[in-house]
Design a protein around this ligand. Structure first.
Ligand SMILES: C[S@@+](CC[C@H](N)C(=O)[O-])C[C@H]1O[C@@H](n2cnc3c(N)ncnc32)[C@H](O)[C@@H]1O
Length: 286
């Protein structure tokens, strides 16, 4: 009756594609903050008004956004985003820092375990803590890993493809009074010879790709730049094993020689009651 027809991926008809709900915490009160994200096939906010009116009676709902995705595909990221109620972001706290998160920015779903994960990443990074080292945070999302390391580093450089995540990372640096972090939007699958010219040689590289792992171009660059230590974080054991093998043993058909030794792999249960596992892997230059 409201005209909220579900989107049919075969016929490419209908309105509602996805409903995403994210939770965070109010930084001052610690109270839950909820973001509701309607992903729709076109922009018809009038259809959502009755629903938004009801949802916003729930006091924890502080953000309602509408991502409009007109493509025939079924992804949850819109080409346009509209704020229908409240603010366009929610906040979350991790390892003593505050993070602002937009609907389309990656943020670990399990905050409690993310705290454990980031502590292990910090331990593996093994920064001296004297502020002398350069950290490169690849696939940085909203800047979480780099920002938790920034206080012990000389400078953190973060790279990420999603523009909204980079905007969040920059705001998150400001929000936490961190001035030694630079976040750059870029596609790490499409790097060319200029990549790496805009920052000093890293002492520690963190790489936290999504499930497909790292592109061969990035593997090649890592084998050329030879940072003393790489912390590889992965939620896909298959691509993780492949990329670790490339970094340690090289890629014969591409003429690349491996130059790292795998020191340890620590699994972290980020997704309880599922077969998925996250791994923190420490590689050192041979
Ligand atoms: C597993 S998440 C990690 C995010 C962040 N390190 C964290 O802990 O919150 C992977 C990130 O890689 C980004 N990403 C995916 N493909 C990319 C690419 N080709 N180039 C740069 N970033 C990419 C995603 O947008 C996402 O933010």
């Amino acid at each position: 009756a409201l005209g909220l027809t579900p989107y049919d991926v075969y016929k490419h008809t209908g309105f509602l594609k996805h409903l995403m709900i994210r939770t965070g915490r109010n930084v001052s009160t610690g109270a839950p903050e909820v973001m509701v994200n309607f992903v729709t096939s076109c922009y018809k906010p009038e259809l959502l008004v009755p629903l938004v009116d009801r949802i916003t009676k729930i006091s924890e709902v502080v953000s309602v956004v509408n991502n409009v995705n007109t493509s025939v595909g079924n992804t949850s990221v819109g080409e346009q985003e509209y704020t229908l109620y409240g603010k366009p972001t929610i906040t979350e706290m991790l390892r003593g820092l505050t993070f602002q998160i937009s609907a389309n920015s990656f943020f670990q779903t399990n905050t409690k375990q993310a705290d454990v994960l980031y502590k292990l990443i910090g331990d593996s990074a093994g920064l001296k803590g004297d502020g002398s080292e350069i950290v490169l945070d690849l696939f940085c999302g909203t800047g979480t890993i780099g920002l938790t390391l920034a206080r012990s580093a000389k400078h953190v450089y973060g790279y990420e493809v999603v523009p909204e995540a980079i905007a969040d990372a920059q705001k998150n640096a400001q929000l936490n009074g961190i001035s030694n972090a630079t976040f750059v939007q870029g596609d790490l699958n499409k790097i060319n010879e200029t990549f790496g010219k805009e920052f000093p040689k890293p002492d520690i590289i963190i790489s936290d790709p999504n499930r497909p792992g790292m592109h061969m171009k990035l593997i090649k660059w890592l084998l050329e730049v030879k940072a003393p230590r790489i912390v590889y974080v992965s939620c896909n054991p298959a691509t993780c094993a492949r990329d670790l093998d490339y970094l340690c043993h090289g890629v014969e058909e591409k003429g690349l020689r491996g130059c790292y030794e795998l020191k340890r792999v620590i699994p972290v249960d980020m997704f309880p009651h599922t077969p998925h596992i996250e791994c923190v892997c420490l590689l050192e230059l041979c």
